[in-house]
Write a protein of this length. Structure first.
Length: 576
C-alpha cells in the first residue's frame, strides 16, 4: 500500500529531481522578465522614433542625420595631429589680438592687483575714477550704439542716482528690515502686469535681467510639467530666432530643446512645425515679441491656440520689446496681431511673459520682470529649503541677496516717466526705425546692396547684403571703423540696429545713414576694382573682426573653434 506501481528500476527515469525543477522555474521566470524588459526597451525606442519622425518628417530626419555625420567627420578632421596644431596656433594669435584690444596697457594705465596698504583719499579715488571714465570707448551719448544704453539723459540719471543712493544698502531678502523696497518691487510688478493686460490672478517677480526672467519661466514650466504630469524628460519648442537665454535654460535645467525654423521672407516661427514637434514630454512653447535678430513678432495668436489645444504653457519673450510693445497703438503705430487679440495675456494660451524694464523701461541696468497668468505658475519658480540648519530659507528667484538700490532706481524711473513719457519715447524710437528702414529700401546706393529682413514693426531693423560681391560683415566692420557699434547676425548673415533714445536725435540717425551709404559705396568700389583686376565676382577675403568671426562660424559644421574663441573672450574679461 502506498508504494509506486512502477518498478524501482523505472522510477528514477520518470521522477524529476526537485532542485532541477526549481532551477528550470527560475530560468523560465528570468526569461520572462528579460523579455518584458526587452519589450519595454523596444517600446521606448519605437515611441521616441515615432515622435521624432512625426516632428521632423522622413526628409527632415535624413537631413538631421546627414548634418550629424558631417559634423562628426569634421570634428575628427579637426583633431588630427597636424590640423589640430595649426588650429591651436591660429587660436593663440586670435586670443592675443583679443587681449590687445580689450586689456589696455601703456602710459596712464594703472593696474591694481592687491589692496592698497593704506586707504585712498577721496581725492585719489576721484582722480582715478575720472581717468577710468575717460578711457577710450564707443560714444553711446552720440547715439552710436545699437541697444545697450536705451535712455541715458542726464535728468533721468540724476533721478536714478538719488533713488539708488537712498537705498544703497537695501536688500529685499530682508523685507522686514527694508519695507520700502518690498513695496516698490511689488508696485513695479503690478504696473508691468497692468501694461500687459494680465488678469486679476496675474503675478510676477523682478529679476536681474532678461536672461534670468527667461530662466525662471523655463524653470516654472519644467516644475509644472513634473508636478502635474510627472514629466521626467522635459522638452521645449522655441523659434530658431529665440534668445540664447532659452538655450542656457535648457542647459541649466536639463530640458531637451527643439528649434523651429523661421523661414524667409517673414522670419516668423513656422507654427505647423511647432505643432508637429509637440509630444507628451513638451512642457513649454515659446514666441518672441519681437525677436532679437530681426525685430519680428512671432504669430502669438496661433501659438496661443496650440497651447490651449494641447494644454501646454506658452511663454512670450518681450524682453527687447519691453515698454515699446504695449505703447505702439497709443503712439499711433500698428500693434502686432491687434486684430487677433494682441500678443500678451489677452491671448488665453499665454502663461508667462518676460519684460526688461532696463531696456525701453529706461530703468538702471540689472532690472527685468517675469510675469505669470496666476500665482501657482510663479510658485513653481520659488526655492524653499525648510530643513536648513541656518533656519527656514526661501527665495523667489535665482539670487538670494539682491540690490534694493536697483529696484528703487527702477521704480523711480517708471514713476518719473509715466505712461505719457513712454508713449512719446515709443513715437520717437519707432519713427527713427522707420527712417533707417526706408533709407535702406529707397536710397539708390543702399537699395542695390542691402535688403531689410522681414517686416519689423517695433524698434529693430535688420538687413543683409544682396550683392554677391559684398559681405555684410565687411560693412559691419566698416561701420565699426567709423565708431558705430552695430550687431552682427548669422543664419542668415546680417546686421541689425536696435534704435535707442540717443539715436533718435536728427544728427545721430542722419549720421548713421550717411556713414552706412559711405561704407557700402567703399565696399562696392573695392568689389569693382577686384573684378576689373580679373578677380572673382564672389566676396573678397574677409579682413575685419566681424567678417572673420562670423565668416568662420557660418562655414564650419563643428562650432568647437568658435566656442574656444568665445571662452577666450570670456577669460579675457577677467584679465586684470
Amino acid at each position: 500500500m502506498g508504494s509506486s506501481p512502477l518498478p524501482v528500476s523505472l522510477q528514477s527515469k520518470f521522477q524529476k529531481p526537485r532542485t532541477v525543477s526549481r532551477l528550470r522555474d527560475l530560468k523560465g521566470n528570468f526569461n520572462i522578465l528579460r523579455n518584458i524588459i526587452f519589450a519595454l526597451f523596444l517600446l521606448r525606442i519605437l515611441r521616441r522614433s515615432f515622435w521624432f519622425l512625426r516632428g521632423h518628417g522622413i526628409i527632415g530626419s535624413i537631413v538631421l542625420l546627414y548634418r550629424h555625420v558631417h559634423k562628426t567627420a569634421y570634428t575628427v578632421f579637426l583633431n588630427l595631429p597636424g590640423v589640430r596644431s595649426q588650429v591651436s596656433r591660429q587660436l593663440e594669435i586670435a586670443k592675443k589680438e583679443m587681449e590687445d584690444k580689450l586689456v589696455p596697457t601703456g602710459p596712464g594705465i594703472n593696474r591694481y592687483l592687491q589692496l592698497p596698504k593704506e586707504p585712498w583719499t577721496h581725492e585719489q579715488l576721484r582722480t582715478e575714477l575720472e581717468a577710468l571714465a575717460a578711457m577710450k570707448r564707443t560714444r553711446w551719448e552720440e547715439g552710436k550704439v545699437s541697444g545697450a544704453v536705451y535712455h541715458g539723459e542726464q535728468s533721468l540719471l540724476d533721478i536714478q542716482s538719488e533713488a539708488m543712493k537712498l537705498f544703497s544698502v537695501a536688500n529685499p531678502i530682508h523685507a522686514d528690515v527694508f519695507p520700502a523696497v518690498r513695496k516698490m518691487e511689488a508696485e513695479v510688478v503690478a504696473m508691468v502686469l497692468a501694461m500687459f493686460n494680465a488678469p486679476e490672478s496675474g503675478a510676477g517677480a523682478t529679476t536681474s535681467g532678461g536672461t534670468e526672467s527667461i530662466l525662471m519661466a523655463c524653470l516654472s514650466a519644467r516644475q509644472k510639467g513634473f508636478a502635474e504630469r510627472r514629466i521626467r524628460q522635459p522638452e521645449m519648442i522655441i523659434p530658431s530666432t529665440a534668445h540664447a537665454a532659452f538655450h542656457k535654460a535648457a542647459s541649466y535645467f536639463k530640458i531637451k530643446l527643439h528649434t523651429v525654423d523661421c523661414p524667409a521672407p517673414e522670419y516668423m516661427v513656422d507654427v505647423n512645425r511647432v505643432r508637429r514637434l509637440i509630444n507628451p514630454n513638451t512642457v513649454l512653447l515659446v514666441g518672441s515679441a519681437p525677436n532679437y535678430p530681426h525685430g519680428i513678432v512671432d504669430n502669438i495668436p496661433a501659438l496661443s491656440k496650440l497651447a490651449v489645444s494641447y494644454k501646454i504653457p506658452l511663454h512670450v519673450d518681450c524682453c527687447l520689446g519691453s515698454f515699446v510693445m504695449p505703447s505702439l497703438a497709443k503712439a499711433g503705430f500698428p500693434s502686432p496681431w491687434a486684430d487677433e487679440g494682441g500678443f500678451d495675456f489677452r491671448q488665453p494660451g499665454v502663461t508667462s511673459i518676460s519684460v526688461d524694464t532696463h531696456k525701453y523701461g529706461f530703468a538702471p541696468k540689472g532690472n527685468s520682470c517675469v510675469l505669470y497668468r496666476n500665482r501657482k505658475l510663479r510658485e513653481y519658480q520659488y526655492f524653499v529649503c525648510p530643513e536648513w540648519s541656518g533656519g527656514v530659507y526661501g527665495s523667489p528667484s535665482i539670487a538670494g541677496s539682491r540690490p534694493g538700490a536697483l529696484i528703487a532706481g527702477c521704480w523711480a524711473s517708471m514713476m518719473s516717466i509715466g505712461e505719457k513719457g513712454y508713449v512719446d519715447a515709443t513715437h520717437k524710437i519707432v519713427s527713427t526705425k522707420l527712417t533707417i528702414e526706408n533709407a535702406v529700401k529707397e536710397h539708390p546706393v543702399l537699395r542695390e546692396t542691402l535688403s531689410v529682413l522681414g517686416h519689423p514693426l517695433v524698434s529693430v531693423v535688420a538687413f543683409e547684403s544682396v550683392d554677391p560681391a559684398i559681405s555684410i560683415y565687411d560693412i559691419a566692420d566698416g561701420m565699426s571703423r567709423r565708431q558705430w557699434h552695430l550687431n552682427s547676425l548669422q543664419d542668415p548673415p546680417g546686421v541689425h540696429v536696435a534704435v535707442t533714445l540717443p539715436m533718435t536725435r536728427p544728427d545721430a540717425v542722419n549720421g548713421l545713414i550717411d556713414d552706412l551709404v559711405a561704407v557700402v559705396q567703399e565696399e562696392k568700389d573695392k568689389a569693382l576694382e577686384r573684378i576689373r583686376a580679373g578677380g572673382p565676382i564672389e566676396k573678397g577675403k574677409a579682413k575685419g573682426t566681424s567678417a572673420q568671426l562670423y565668416g568662420v562660424a557660418g562655414s564650419l559644421p563643428d562650432k568647437t573653434i568658435v566656442k574656444e574663441l568665445v571662452v577666450a573672450y570670456l577669460d579675457t574679461l577677467y584679465k586684470a
